[in-house]
Design a binder for this molecule. Structure first.
Ligand SMILES: Nc1ncnc2c1ncn2[C@@H]1O[C@H](COP(=O)(O)OP(=O)(O)O)[C@@H](O)[C@H]1O
Ligand SMILES: O=C(O)C1=C[C@@H](OP(=O)(O)O)[C@@H](O)[C@H](O)C1
Ligand SMILES: [Mg+2]
Length: 174
């Protein structure tokens, strides 16, 4: 994943169900960039699914694995779909930010609930028993803290959300 252009990447952050993985592929195609989903890198590194890591080692181990994975990769000229928990790693986020703007896909709680049907088996790095609402409140401030660009995705189709992201990018990246 290395390359010459260290300014050409876009880092997608947001809650599980915000559309990072889905829109990431679409953006990569539209902007002629490579695509990476860091969840898949974590799984390759651990030879296990995220849910297996959670079940066997716990959510803090998953967050540590995520940080290690983020820090060990170059993300030049990529659309990067992060896992929703990437923002728990300040080091990981600082590393990601060196590759390009962090785009927060802001989706309301009700809409996320409609999209996520596997909250307890999706591999989410949350405290045992933590509700989706509590996770949403805890995460929202972290996404805002790291975001260079916030895209309000309320009511937008995948295509319209992708267009909204592109519209808010610096002109040099569109
Ligand atoms: N703008 C959108 N409108 C409706 N559904 C969406 C939208 N973006 C993503 N989805 C759906 O929401 C679900 C979660 O999307 P995904 O890309 O996996 O999110 P994330 O990677 O942020 O967890 C998928 O079923 C996807 O098709
Ligand atoms: O929010 C989370 O705690 C996580 C979300 C998941 O990714 P998505 O955000 O793509 O659903 C997951 O697999 C990740 O490693 C942990
Ligand atoms: Mg994803």
């Amino acid at each position: 994943m290395s390359g010459e252009n260290s300014n050409g990447s876009i880092i997608l952050v947001g809650m599980p169900g915000a559309g990072k993985s889905t829109l990431g592929v679409m953006l990569a195609k539209a902007l002629a960039k490579d695509f990476v989903d860091t969840d898949l890198l974590i799984q390759l590194r651990s030879h296990a699914t995220l849910q297996q890591v959670l079940d066997e080692q716990g959510y803090l181990a998953l967050r540590q694995l995520e940080e290690d994975t983020l820090l060990s990769c170059d993300f030049d000229n990529h659309i990067v779909a992060t896992g929703g928990s990437a923002v728990y790693s300040a080091k990981g986020m600082d590393h990601l930010k060196t590759y390009g703007p962090v785009v927060y896909l802001d989706v309301a709680l009700d809409e996320l609930r409609r999209r996520i049907h596997d909250y307890d088996s999706r591999g989410i790095a949350k405290r045992p028993g933590q509700s989706f609402e509590s996770l949403f409140e805890e995460r929202r401030q972290l996404y805002r803290q790291y975001a260079d660009i916030t895209v309000n995705c309320a009511g937008l189709s995948q295509e319209d959300a992708m267009a909204a992201v592109i519209e808010q990018l610096p002109a040099s990246m569109r």
